[in-house]
Design a protein around this ligand. Structure first.
Ligand code: MRU
Length: 365
């Protein structure tokens, strides 16, 4: 579990670790008010943690599902156990494709093995998925850093970057996606300044603010509704968000509210980038309209969570809709920052044929 308890620097931080025959996670429902770790001992614990968003973010959901399958195989590893565990985990959240990606990879490794060999192989594969996520996100950081360094020179001053939701190390095994380039830029002395949008209804922007504060990155929290004004008044140089699923045509599903930022960014000619590993690309999904959008409980809109607990802001009788994601058309993107390169949304097919990069030395000098 090296690094788990010392997440001040993003390269040392990790959100999930094996702890004997269990998983240890940081409970994100308690952040930013309390740093509380949880032990997940069973398949049901893992499915529950994903469903109630104790873990969240596309890469971390996939990573937790892989660990959940290892927990399941410890308790029973017949073909029926494997199928049941995969089905249970697959049903936890519908939009982030990393979940299906990780489960498919686990099943491919485990299905040909005899039941007695499955638990050990499941841990091995889960840890390799975690390692791949760390390596891919660091590679995303390196490609994104080149972009941010170029833009910093072009503007002749530190960049003002807008992001949405939380696509930092809390949303992944390590580093994060949209925030990986920001962390590397910070470590390089480029002094990036972040606009962090609150991200109603679950306020994942507060997680981003928490992460950035711990890493010493300058940031300002704003209400979601302030972002159009910031983009219109020249206070944003570039927008970078994460992604939960990218369709084959480059359309991107991400946390609800992303689309409005992308539309405003286009109107005011601010480049809008998405950062995501290839495990977030779904070549079986032809276009964004085919991506399933998770509809979450209306109570998330009516009740906000704060440092002193839950606060009801609308009566239970108020009708609410809670689509958790939206789809940004490929045409609004300046590029997709992946572990291989920054690519045009139309270049996904070529990109997806390439193997994942091997982690390079995480050196910041
Ligand atoms: O519903 P969540 O919190 O799991 O939301 C997913 C996300 O974290 C964001 O949409 C993020 O931008 C993409 S995942 C790095």
């Amino acid at each position: 579990m090296a690094g788990m308890l010392t997440p001040n620097l993003p390269q040392a931080a990790t959100t999930i670790a094996r702890d004997g025959n269990a998983l240890r996670i940081l409970d994100q429902t308690r952040l930013p008010h309390a740093e509380h770790y949880l032990t997940l001992a069973t398949l049901d614990d893992a499915a529950q943690a994903i469903g109630v968003m104790q873990v969240r973010g596309a890469p971390l959901i996939g990573a937790t599902a892989a660990g959940g399958l290892a927990l399941a195989m410890q308790a029973g590893a017949r073909d029926t156990d494997l199928a049941r565990a995969v089905d249970l985990l697959a049903a936890t959240r519908p939009t982030a494709v990393n979940l299906q990606w990780a489960l498919a990879r686990m099943r491919e490794r485990l299905a040909p093995l005899p039941p007695a060999a499955r638990a050990a192989a499941a841990w091995d594969e889960a840890e390799s998925i975690w390692e791949q996520d760390r390596a891919c996100n660091h590679a995303i950081g390196r490609h994104g850093l080149e972009l941010l360094a170029r833009l910093t020179v072009a503007h002749g001053r530190p960049l003002k970057i807008m992001t949405h939701c939380n696509a930092g190390w809390l949303a992944a095994v390590a580093w994060g996606t949209a925030l990986a380039p920001v962390y590397l830029a910070h470590l390089q002395g480029l002094q990036p300044q972040l606009w962090v949008s609150e991200t109603r209804p679950r306020n994942q922007g507060l997680l981003t603010a928490w992460e950035l504060a711990r890493a010493g990155v300058a940031h300002t929290l704003v209400a979601d509704n302030a972002c159009g004004q910031l983009l219109a008044s020249g206070q944003v140089d570039v927008v970078i968000t994460g992604a939960d699923r990218i369709a084959a045509n480059g359309d991107v599903a991400n946390k609800v509210g992303t689309l409005l930022k992308a539309l405003a960014a286009q109107a005011y000619e601010v480049p809008f980038y998405v950062a995501a590993p290839c495990s977030t690309v779904d070549m079986n999904c032809r276009r964004g309209a085919d991506i399933p959008i998770e509809q979450r409980d209306a109570e998330e809109v009516r009740v906000v969570q704060g440092s002193s607990g839950a606060c009801r802001i609308a009566p239970a009788s108020t009708a609410c809709a809670n689509p958790a994601f939206d789809v940004t058309p490929a045409a609004l993107l300046a590029g997709i920052i992946t572990e291989h390169a920054i690519i045009a949304p139309g270049a996904l097919a070529t990109l997806m044929a390439r193997p994942a990069p091997v982690e390079q030395q995480a050196s910041f000098s």
